[in-house]
Design a binder for this molecule. Structure first.
Ligand code: BGC
Length: 764
């Protein structure tokens, strides 16, 4: 008998194994579907509609949730999901009602806005994006998932991936900034971090990419405002991060509040079915945003029943808060406005999400102690959050190298944020416990431990308008920053500043000056803070401005007058992280992911613009008549996308390309040598941009297509190589086909979007 060669035997074995596992996967899927089909065959119409209904649980007193409104509705099978309940005992009680009191014992799906951490709070998502550190961002999501899982949460409404070009929109804080390429990498990392490879694992939770779609493009940066955009722009500039999350296997999608093509996203079939499901192949569950079915009436689209029908038929599966599905769809069915199949499809997707999480196997999953509550804000998570927070700071200016500081003499710590403990975590920190977080004052005193004297003063009010400040702070449950007598507070600040060798000002936005419903039309420092800063500058002492922000703010005046400026983005460990960076244990390494404007009048502002027929260079000093130019401000950002300084400095060599001409299916590489030519060790984020010089539609001046974060000891050099694949050169053409068009391309590599080395190649 002839022997089969070893290779063939191995490949045969492998083939059998692959077939077997494909077969067993398909079989498992079938069994799972059988399980859901069987369950659905027992469900009444009301019970099916109940699964599509999501509610806030309201006040839950541990021990007797069955007597609450929510408990009664769960018993009646009228609720499929609740959200934003804090505390594993309360959640377990609610789950018990579902398992013990409801007819079919369908487990409850419990969600929460775990946006940048559960109780260990990482920098705001915008700050996280400034790290450009994909591995660590993934790990932050994994930690958030673990802490959530320990505390009863199965589902997070994150990642938020809305591209935002207009910093007046306060929700810029919740996303990854203005770039679709970076945004997509971060979207995928977050989904991987939350969901892992097996949603049934005890420490993994369901992710929800939001807000689909284009929420960040609200006109004039006004939250919830209209969006009107060409499909070309949607596909080429805005859609990628949502699509990337879908490709990474995100289990759920939240539709957005805004109008798209004249129809709210909540009921936009083109978005939710044609693009999301048919074009991208999404198979998970779609939930609305908060009360958005009801809000369609305010948009002027009829009444609750009509809008519930529209939302369901467009592809919505779960109704957040409105009760529109629960209260109107039975009548709509009887009137022939929808079919039972429409309801079944949505119900199946909700049940499948529960099944994927393993909730039918263990309805008490996330409340069964398998992940101990003690992981919450544990030392390991805190240490990691500190590290990531350090990476997020963006140093914008450091005149005469006044940073890093020496740990000696007297340091004046001044500003409304110096003792604002409850603001430190930043916006959307639903489960934070701020009693555990340090104020900046405490962090500095602990860190310096007597090696330098720390003097502190509030110095001014946060805002002039007390009423606005109250609604911002009390409305969100943060402890109000004290109202002070401006003159007296200023005098105190100047007095301690005079006694000090260096002044650190903690100014800018408090936690809820960014986030939902926080649009601002003036992005400069609030007036009383500016007045304080001006007085302190008169002392001509070394002064560092820590600009607390949840968006790109306007620091034009400060960029001229303040010696050192660093953007910081909140987080539970911000105090400790600031100490180590300001004192030089680590060099700052964050880079902006939003362009910081010179004036709010430039908004929307972004680096990857199309090019007008009469372009004017960034920072061109003289106004040029009949050109694309402002009369009162030069073009371009004050600090461009990708910009951020270090205590050390990096030098870039010219670019070497592996080829100067390639075919449509070939890749090439672009290489530079980066040298740490300064006096400190440091990290650099090397960025690759590409421009398609001539194409069938107008293409941007440059687009980010790669980046690498590297660590270099002082004096050290490294070669950084990027592979340029054909896919990186493609775009959506006029027919919305994803194509590569032959011709010349420009490659740019540098440490920010403005200062780049350039080369060209051709696709033949
Ligand atoms: C926000 C969402 C959030 C939801 C639930 C809405 O107001 O837009 O981002 O997930 O509330 O809290």
């Amino acid at each position: 008998m002839r022997k089969t060669p070893l290779v063939m035997r191995i490949s045969k074995l492998l083939l059998t194994a692959v077939c077997f596992s494909a077969f067993s996967c398909a079989e498992k899927q079938l069994q799972q579907n059988d399980f859901i089909s069987d369950l659905m065959s027992k469900m009444t119409l009301k019970e099916k509609l109940g699964q599509l209904n999501q509610q806030v649980a309201g006040e839950i007193n541990t021990g007797s949730p069955q007597n609450t409104e929510c408990g009664k509705a769960i018993t009646a099978g009228e609720i499929g999901s609740v959200f934003n309940v804090i505390g594993v005992d309360k959640i377990k009680d609610l789950k018990t009602v579902a398992v013990e009191n409801s007819r079919l014992k369908i487990p409850l799906l419990v969600g929460m806005d775990v946006v940048h951490g559960y109780q260990t709070i990482f920098p705001l998502p915008l700050g996280l994006s400034c790290t450009w550190d994909i591995e660590k961002i993934e790990k932050s999501a994994a930690i958030a998932a673990k802490e959530s899982a320990a505390n009863g949460i199965a589902w997070t409404f994150s990642p938020m991936v809305d591209i935002s070009l207009d910093a007046r929109w306060g929700r810029q804080a919740e996303g990854a900034g203005e770039d679709p390429f970076l945004g997509s990498e971060i979207a995928k990392a977050m989904v991987r971090g939350y969901q892992g490879t097996d949603l049934k694992a005890d420490d993994k939770i369901l992710a929800c990419v939001k807000h689909f779609a284009l929420y960040g493009a609200a006109e004039s940066g006004l939250d919830y405002n209209t969006v009107d955009m060409s499909h070309l722009r949607m596909f080429n500039q805005y859609f990628d991060p949502y699509k990337a999350a879908v490709e990474a296997g995100v289990g759920s999608v939240m539709s957005s509040f805004n109008i798209v093509d004249g129809i709210p996203a909540t009921a936009n079939k083109w978005l939710l079915t044609d693009v999301l499901r048919k074009r991208w192949g999404f198979q998970g569950m779609v939930v609305t945003d908060y009360a958005s079915i009801a809000e369609m009436q305010t948009h002027g689209l009829g009444e609750l029943k009509e809008n519930s029908v529209r939302a369901l038929k467009a592809g919505t599966d779960m109704d957040m808060v409105t009760r529109g599905f629960l209260s109107t769809l039975e009548t709509a069915l009887n009137e022939g406005l929808i079919s039972e199949d429409d309801i079944n499809k949505a119900c199946r997707r909700v049940l499948e999400a529960k099944q994927k999480l393993g909730l039918f196997d263990n309805p008490y999953k996330y409340c069964d102690g398998k992940i101990p509550v003690s992981v919450t804000y544990c030392a390991e998570h805190k240490a990691f959050a500190k590290e990531l927070t350090e990476e997020s700071f963006v140093l914008l200016k450091n005149e005469n190298n006044i940073l890093p500081l020496k740990k000696q003499g007297t340091i004046a710590l001044i500003g409304p944020l110096v003792e604002a403990r409850s603001d430190m975590a930043g916006t959307w920190s639903v489960a934070q416990d701020f009693s555990k977080y340090s104020t900046l004052k405490e962090a500095f005193e602990k860190y310096l431990n007597g090696s330098a004297t720390v003097l502190t003063a509030q110095g001014c009010n946060l805002l002039d308008n007390e009423k606005t400040q109250n609604s911002i702070q009390k409305g969100h449950g943060t402890e109000p920053i004290l109202r002070v007598d401006d003159e007296k507070a200023l005098k105190e600040a100047v007095d301690i500043a005079k006694k000090s060798n260096v002044i650190i000002c903690a100014l800018g936005e408090c936690a809820w000056m960014s986030g939902e419903g926080t649009s601002r039309s003036d992005l400069e420092l609030p007036r009383p803070q500016k007045a304080l800063l001006n007085e302190l500058l008169k002392l001509k002492k070394p002064l560092v401005l820590l600009n607390f922000a949840g968006r790109a703010t306007v620091l034009t005046k400060e960029s001229k007058t303040v010696p050192a400026i660093m953007n910081v983005w909140f987080g539970s460990e911000i105090g400790a992280a600031l100490c180590s960076v300001l004192c030089g244990e680590k060099s700052p390494s964050g880079k902006l992911t939003v362009s910081m404007p010179k004036s709010v009048g430039q908004l929307p502002l972004y680096y990857n613009t199309l090019i007008s027929g009469r372009p004017v260079q960034d920072d061109n000093p003289e106004y040029i008549i009949f050109n694309s130019d402002y009369q009162d401000v030069s073009n371009g950002a004050l600090y461009p996308f990708g910009f951020g300084m270090s205590y050390t400095k990096f030098e870039y060599s010219d670019i070497t390309l592996s080829k100067t001409a390639v075919s449509e299916s070939e890749s090439l590489t672009a290489k530079v040598t980066v040298k740490n030519a300064g006096d400190y060790d440091g990290d650099e984020i090397v960025q690759l941009y590409i421009r398609d010089i001539y194409a069938s539609i107008c293409r941007p001046v440059k687009e980010l297509k790669g980046f690498k974060r590297i660590s270099l000891k002082k004096g050290e050099s490294a070669e950084v190589e990027f592979e340029i694949t054909p896919d990186l050169l493609k775009f959506y053409n006029y027919d919305l086909d994803f194509v590569l068009e032959k011709g010349e391309f420009e490659v740019m590599i540098g440490g920010n979007s403005r200062e780049v080395k350039r080369e060209k190649f051709e696709v033949k």
